[in-house]
Ligand binder design. Sequence first.
Ligand SMILES: [Zn+2]
Ligand SMILES: [Zn+2]
Length: 409
Amino acid sequence: MAVQWILICHVLLTALVVISFLCGQWPIFRGTFIERIHYFITFGAYDYFLRFVGVICGSRGTDAILCVEDYCCNRPNPIMQFIYLGILGGTYYVIVKSSFDYIPSYYLSEIHRYMSVLAVGVGILLFLLTSFSDPGTVKAENVSQYISAYPYDDIIYSEKECSTCDIPKPARSKHCSICDRCVARFDHHCGWMNNCIGERNTRYFMAFLLWHFLLCIYGVVALGLLLAGRLKELKVIYILTGKMNSPFSLDSNFVSAVYYGIENSFSSLAPYVAQWLLGSYNTQVLLMVFLIIVALLLAGFFGYHANLCLTNTTTNETFKWQDYLSWQKKLNEAKASEAALKASISGLSPDKKAPEGKWKSFFRRSPLEHVDTVVKNNKYDKGYFHNICEIIFPYSSRPSFSRTKLKKR
Ligand SMILES: [Zn+2]
Ligand SMILES: [Zn+2]
């Protein structure tokens, strides 16, 4: 039973850390221990570490740490790329070492030995494509084409010049301070890819997320089928129900005479089967738990970006829209309260029209209720079909793009 408890604690702890890290700043967790864990992971731990180094090694130590931090966070570097390759390679290596001996099994044919290599290979290919492809760098040669492709909406984008690149800034572009270049239809700078995600490589990035989600699901299903095959091959159910005395040597001594004669129903067998699996195949069970957690994270991330793609918005623009909408809301509220103030002042002046009846004035709606609702008017959203086409066939990859000449502005 000890393994079972370790596994449960492991799952709960991982879930707590992941939820705190990703969602700790959400309003529903305000004031809770989840928010405190989030603060500790994202800021507190590093701050304590920096102070600790400062006490032990003095200012030279903290300077060195800050130098490393600057390299890791503010400069292009391949650290996260190596971490990705390490996680993928490590997980696949553990799967091969622990499970390939059982393939082919009752439910899993030999072909999965090669299919898995192919699936991982495609994953790495998509990673390389996203990492090393041009995200849509805006240069003096193509800036006019990009300005034609994405007209200024005069809401969140207006004509400006990039002070670093010294070229006009096309709508939807942003200067990435890490890569030191302007990127068209800028989404975000991805540390895992060590590259910006922009107009030309959003398609590879989306394919990468979807493929790795499917890869995790494939892993979970294949490992599940492998374990089901082991159950079948070792006739564990027969032994547990006492329909057969075991002539086989099992991987563990767990299935012993003590458990013979268990009722042949799912609810009575499940705990014993789970215990047997955890005792004999804990590596595969842990791998499945790990893959499910990664799959859930990837599904969330893919869903978020798929929604952005469908509405033709970028991560960068969501922040711009948030700022714009809250600013507009405040402006409208200010206008409404100004109108309310004016109305109440004019109501006080004696030369005004006859006063309203007591009940009429009671039921009159407050002028503050007339605050106009602010709507997001995304000029670049041209319907799902067009938006998806724009991701798969970016403007800059179309023949019409290179022919476009900027009209005189
Ligand atoms: Zn720039
Ligand atoms: Zn970048």
